[in-house]
Ligand binder design. Structure first.
Ligand code: SER
Length: 569
């Protein structure tokens, strides 16, 4: 079944069941708290909350859409079988029209009857202290198929939202086919406020999302999305000699670049513009490494041809000209940088970093073009140099470093030298990430009661009524390590206390804060930050510097109080 047929089937199926077809909204969302549109429900947020009336706007309480979506968190995963930056999300929505029974029935019928697929298993929410297990969905699934396999998972897997720093959210049920998750059905029952507490929504709603590319992959029974009809014509344009990973990255980035430019994003050094710049520069660098054989504009044109029937506004000329302009800028620095590189006899990590800093030469280019002169250069040594440099510049900025004591919010920590200072600073950032992850996994009742950091470990005390399960510990570790891997920028802003409280930043309830406070947030923007807390610092500049995070011990330290010790490598 071709992808165009899947699109049509999906829209027709839901239209026949009382849904109004709504076009995709832009990749640049209305909602300023998120960088790019990540889900179909975003354009409907105000219908879920009751601020807008769906019947007035759509003539129905139910809608269906195919939404352009973008997940920046997956940029570095692209190259494997199934990760993408840009993708299209099929979704049906209801704002007080129908509830679990119909939503599950529709999904079941669409997958098994319309698509003729076999469901491996489904998942439901296992419940947590203030949200019960979703037994209703379990019963509905069972009634549809007495033999269906139903698995229960916690918040990390089966609770969705909100997008941004507040919004509708709720438990989910997910459908797995050929071993991969293909459909996420969200029961929007709550509104999560900026302080992470949940309030019941007046009218519960349905929000579902299914990636078109993944659905095509299972429907066409292929091992990777890149072999589906969506990608095969793009991949076919690339030179045979290209490695598999390169082909996938180029194909993914081509689509992403086309749709970002078309929705008005322009290369720059911040926010969505920076994402676009990164994609363009990566493609150009890869193209050079592959011997200059990449005719990337032809791939962009092919994307436009492929999608024009569904997105008539795609403007090939405009897209190519934005790309060419950015290419021009980057190639100029690349050329100067490569000339400079030719002059260096031995390209060690230090020399490589200098080339990176002065000319923007990416590591891959330096290593490749440097040849034997760069024989000793490794990714690790380059990263190491990068970190060292950040520390030096930070020391210069604050004047505080290089001393023997630093003051964290939990007290003075004495360090012997620069390396101990670095370690404590990394552990301090790790503590913030852990705090955010604990709340994500266990819920907002987690409240910090104290923490203590030494060169070896961080110790964190918090109010929570029971022992954490092994699975919860693993989830907390995974969330922290994911934040580390995503290398989120760490930013400090100073603002009046009252304003800071409104941002939803966490604070230590035992402490008295001055009228003006510092808020450290870890993420692209304060609104969609993974962690934000009142804090005096110091912290690393990017979460990637924290390194691998591991919880080594948990214990009870009194009624309702837990203590966790964690280390970093
Ligand atoms: N909002 C949910 C998701 O993006 C379902 O559409 O997965």
């Amino acid at each position: 079944m071709q992808s165009s047929e899947i699109r049509q089937k999906f829209l027709t199926f839901f239209e026949a069941r009382g849904h109004t077809i709504v076009s995709s909204s832009s990749l640049i969302p209305d909602d300023p708290s998120v960088l790019l549109t990540t889900a179909g429900m975003q354009q409907f947020k105000k219908y879920f909350t009751g601020e807008l009336d769906p019947v007035k706007d759509f003539g129905s309480k139910n809608t269906v859409s195919i939404q352009k979506s973008f997940r920046t968190s997956d940029i570095d995963e692209v190259g494997d079988e199934s990760h993408l930056t840009f993708f299209e999300m099929l979704g049906n929505f209801s704002f007080g029209g129908y509830w679990k029974k119909e939503a599950i029935q529709y999904a079941y019928d669409f997958i098994t009857k319309e698509m003729g697929l076999k469901i491996d298993y489904v998942t439901i929410f296992e419940g947590e202290s203030n949200v019960p297990a979703d037994e209703e969905s379990e019963k509905i699934w069972r009634a549809l198929d007495p033999n269906i396999v139903i698995k229960r998972f916690g918040r990390a897997d089966n609770f969705w939202g909100p997008t941004g720093n507040e919004g509708p959210c709720g438990p989910t049920t997910e459908i797995y086919v050929n071993g991969i998750e293909i459909w996420n059905i969200v029961f929007n029952q709550y509104y999560q406020k900026t302080d992470k507490t949940l309030e019941p929504l007046k009218t519960p709603g349905i929000d579902t999302g299914m990636g078109l590319e993944r659905l095509a992959m299972v429907a066409q029974n292929l091992p990777t999305i890149f072999e589906t009809d969506i990608f095969s014509s793009l991949v076919a344009l690339l030179p045979q000699e290209f490695g598999m990973r390169t082909k996938r990255i180029v194909a993914d980035h081509a689509r992403a670049i086309v749709f970002l430019i078309s929705d008005g994003v322009r290369p720059s050094n911040k926010e969505a513009g920076y994402i676009l710049r990164r994609l363009v520069r990566r493609v150009i660098a890869l193209g050079r490494l592959e011997g200059g054989m990449l005719r990337f504009p032809a791939v962009l044109s092919a994307v436009v041809r492929l999608y024009k029937p569904f997105y008539p506004a795609l403007n090939e000329e405009n897209i190519l000209s934005v790309f060419e302009e950015e290419r021009g800028k980057f190639e100029k620095t690349l050329t100067v940088g490569i000339k400079e590189l030719a002059r260096v006899d031995t390209i060690d990590a230090k020399a490589a970093f200098k080339l990176f800093e002065s000319y923007g030469l990416p590591y891959e280019i330096i290593k490749e073009v440097g040849g034997v002169r760069a024989a000793t250069l490794t990714r690790e040594s380059f990263d190491e140099e990068f970190k060292r440099h950040q520390e030096i510049s930070r020391a210069g900025n604050t004047g505080k470093f290089g001393g023997h004591g630093i003051y964290l919010k939990t007290g003075e920590v004495t360090v012997k030298d620069e390396s101990e200072l670095t370690k404590v600073t990394r552990l301090h950032t790790a503590t913030h990430l852990m705090h955010a992850a604990l709340r994500e996994v266990l819920g907002p009742e987690v409240k910090q009661n104290g923490s203590d950091i030494t060169v070896e470990r961080t110790r964190f005390d918090f109010m929570f009524p029971r022992k954490l399960t092994d699975e919860e510990i693993k989830k907390v570790e995974a969330l922290v390590n994911e934040a580390v891997k995503n290398d989120l920028p760490v930013t400090c802003v100073e603002m009046p206390k009252r304003e800071a409280e409104k941002t939803g930043a966490l604070f230590f309830f035992r402490e008295r804060y001055p009228e003006k406070v510092k808020v450290y947030y870890m993420g692209k923007t304060m609104e969609d930050a993974f962690s934000k807390e009142f804090c005096g610092g110091p912290h690393v500049t990017h979460t990637g510097e924290v390194g691998e995070f591991k919880i080594v011990k948990q214990e009870s330290v009194g009624a309702n109080m837990r203590r966790i010790r964690a280390v970093i490598n």
